[in-house]
Design a protein around this ligand. Sequence first.
Ligand code: FES
Ligand code: FES
Length: 160
Amino acid sequence: MKDIHDIEITINGERRAVTVESRRTLADVLRHDLGLTGTHLGCEHGVCGACTVLVDGLPARSCLMFGVQADGREVETVEGLGTPENLNTLQQAFMTEHGLQCGFCTPGFLMLLTALLRENPNPSDDEIRDVVASNICRCTGYAGILRAARLAADSDAIAT
Ligand code: FES
Ligand code: FES
């Protein structure tokens, strides 16, 4: 018999009800049950950070959380940042500074840096490096990502 739960998660400001199996990861709940495929899965065991979302404002690897653990909590995903027509400051900075190539890792970096810039709107380059080091990008060598974070931090409108 399947062990299932009815849960409610506030996702990008919207309350969503969903029925999940206990074993379902938050990443799979977001992608498969709620259709939010912007959150990507790389390693699926907590190493790469591609699946990073914000849970109650803090970065979390959604492949390491069960969906049921998000019951009653606030989750933010890349879909809650800008839109293709209206990128937010951080997304625009990634585009301007070529902070991506394949883009697979990008949602995780965006969420990670969103949390950093909210907490510390004017981080030093070393502080940015320290945070970015938790996620893996196989394409860029990180220089563009670091420049993008710097540009966003130096912009008037901080990513929200
Ligand atoms: S997919 Fe979650 S850390 Fe790699
Ligand atoms: S842009 Fe390809 S993995 Fe980062």
